[in-house]
Structure formats: C-alpha cells, structure tokens
Design a protein around this ligand. Structure first.
Ligand code: MG
Ligand code: ZN
Length: 367
C-alpha cells in the first residue's frame, strides 16, 4: 500500500515540478527577450531630405508597386517646425535629430542663442560606439554637418570641414572635397585627415577598406544626380559603411542621407525627384537586409521636411493616370512620416516633435 501511494505522490510532484519549471523558463526567456529587443546595439538613421508622404508614395507608383518602405513595422509622424519658423530648413531640421533641440533656420548644432549643443555623435562616441555618415550632398552640407559641427550659419562650409577633421566621426563618405582642398585659407585638410589617422579616398569607393578611419570625398560639391549617372553610389557607400562600422562589438550609429530628393523638389523636376527617391528606397533595402542579419539593429527612416509641395494627382481627370505636380519651389509644413524596424521600434509610433527622434535614440543607446 505504501509503495503505490508514494509513487503516485512522487509522480504528482514531478508533474507539478515539470510544469512549474516550464512556466518559469518561459517567463525568464520572455524577460530576456524583451530586454534584448528594446535595446539595439546599432542605430541607423536614414534621412530623405525633403521627403514627404507623396515622395514616399512615388517609390510605390514608380517602382512596380513594390517599395522597401513596406518592410517597416512601426510608422509615426513628426512635427517639423523650427524655433524661428513654421517651415524648417535642413539645418534646423537636422539639429533637431542630432541634438534634440529646436533652433533657428540655418543653425548647425547651435541653440537659438548660437551656443554649441552636444550631438548624438559626441555623446555615443564617449561610450566606444563607432559613428559614420553617408550623404549624396557635400559631407559639409547642412544635414550631415549637424551631426558633428557647431556653426551659426550652414553657409560656413570651410569651417564645418575643419570641424569634421577634428570630430569623433570614424567613417564618412560623400561629396564636398573643395571644402577640404580648395579652401579660402589655402590649407589642405586631406593632409590633416591623414595625420588624424584617416585613410583618405578621393576617386572612388575603396574596395577593401582597412580598420583605419575612412574619409571618402568623391566630388567637389554635391555628388552627381541619379539622372547624371550616379549609379549605385548610395547603396554601395551604405554597404561599405555597414561593413566597416559593424566590426565594432560596442555598436555603431550611422546616418545616411538621400540629399537630392530635396534638390529635385526645389527644381520642381519630377524625374529628378523620383529617381532620387528610388535610389533612397534601394538603399533602404541594403539597410533592412543588414538589420535582418544583425538582429540588434534599429533602423529609422524619416525626413527633415517636405520639399516642393509635391503631389501625385490624376492626369486630366483620369484616375488611372498619375501626374506628379509641385505647389512650391520651397519647403512645406506638412507632417513627415517616420518608419522604424528592429529593437526599440515600438517607441516610434504616434505623432511627436522632430526633437523626439533624438531623445528616443539617446534613451535606447545610453539609458
Ligand atoms: Mg540635406
Ligand atoms: Zn531644401
């Protein structure tokens, strides 16, 4: 009699223990996963300069109804006004992303009182995180400049170039070589870049890069347009940046700018604009593929503002034919979409100020 009851008792206990154990393990795993997914090791911020929702929609209608924007799980909207104007420029817009403050149009990394304000690059580089910039404009142009420079006007590009040489940026690629080697002060900053430990490339994207810091300047001012035959510069340069930066176990911050979506808008040139959007969309594919392989990567895609008051309207009343049109050759005030994918992306739904892009990134990186 004693034996069977003992046996049943033990059986009951072990069943309870097993089920109890399972449950505990599940909870623990879930907890671990949650921490993992909310804290990315890497953040990639892609800025389509001047890219509003109609520009994004162009990547659908002019690309066989297939766009990489569809691969993002969380969508939000930002309010983009600057401290001086309802309609921002790219400098105030990028300062909001890089430093989390509203400032006046034209300001690069400074407050409305022209005081320097710390950038995300300056903050995360002290934690051993690598940083990189990729742009189809001059690397000293307003958008990339806001991530490393502090000047009261975006036009001070010689000064901005000097600040890039002395910045914490580990990898940069874009145009703007004339601000380094054809300067008003006659200095050749490519020599200083070499002295600072950079490998400098000025003719093409290097094939095999070393572990040295990389300075890649492939045109005097902006890069050529897509219509002029820029080819796969932006996706290829972005892939190179990812190959380089992902060597750092501590993680990285990368900003990639599709600069000329804005320039197509200013020119009211739909072919120019659409070709730049499609190039940006292709680059999103490169970044999302990387993020899929490296699960600890948060991808954020947004814009500083919309340019051109761009719209996709019915051609001559025919709802089955789209005509791209413009309502201004300047920027517009419309809210701007934010697409996110990867760990931490759940924080980017809803409507918020452009400065919150910065604060959310900093929280995910440092807190
Ligand atoms: Mg720009
Ligand atoms: Zn613009």
């Amino acid at each position: 009699m004693k034996k069977p009851s003992n046996f049943l008792f033990l059986l009951l206990i072990s069943v309870l223990l097993v089920s109890c154990d399972c449950k505990k393990e599940e909870t623990t795993n879930a907890e671990v996963k949650l921490t993992e997914i909310t804290k990315p090791k890497n953040i990639i911020l892609l800025i389509g300069d001047g890219m509003g929702l109609s520009q994004v929609s162009a990547s659908q209608f002019y690309n066989k109804n297939a766009t990489n924007f569809e691969r993002f799980s969380t969508i939000g909207l930002i309010k983009t006004s600057s401290s001086s104007d309802l309609i921002t420029d790219s400098a105030a817009g990028a300062t909001a992303f890089a430093s989390g403050i509203k400032t006046y149009n034209g300001a690069v990394g400074v407050t409305p009182d022209t005081l320097d304000v710390k950038t995300i690059v300056e903050q995360v580089s002290t934690k051993g995180i690598s940083t990189g910039l990729v742009s189809t404009s001059a690397i000293t142009h307003a958008t990339p400049a806001c991530f490393y420079a502090h000047v009261k006007s975006r036009r001070m590009e010689d000064n901005i170039a000097t600040q890039l040489v002395n910045s914490e940026i580990d990898f940069f690629v874009g145009g703007g070589s004339k601000f380094f080697n054809k300067r008003k002060d006659g200095k050749d900053l490519t020599i200083q870049l070499t002295e600072k430990g950079f490998e400098v490339s000025t003719d093409k994207l290097p094939k095999n890069i070393t572990d040295k810091k990389q300075a890649i300047l492939l045109s005097e001012k902006g890069m050529p347009t897509m219509l002029e035959g820029r080819g796969d510069f932006l996706p290829d340069a972005t892939q190179l940046a990812l190959d380089y930066l992902s060597k750092n176990e501590e993680g990285f911050f990368l900003m990639v700018e599709g600069s000329q979506i804005d320039w197509g808008g200013h020119a009211n040139d739909a072919d120019y604009l659409i070709s730049e959007v499609l190039d940006f969309d292709k680059t999103l594919g490169v970044v999302l593929d990387f993020a899929k392989q490296h699960g600890e990567t948060l991808v954020i895609v947004t814009a500083d503002h919309e340019t051109g008051g761009f719209a996709l309207v019915a051609n001559d009343g025919d709802y089955n034919k789209i005509k791209p049109v413009f309502s201004t050759d300047s920027h517009s005030a419309t809210m701007i979409p934010v697409f996110t994918e990867g760990p931490g992306s759940e924080n980017f739904g809803g409507i918020f100020e452009n400065t919150a892009i910065y604060s959310k990134m900093i929280q995910l990186f440092l807190e």
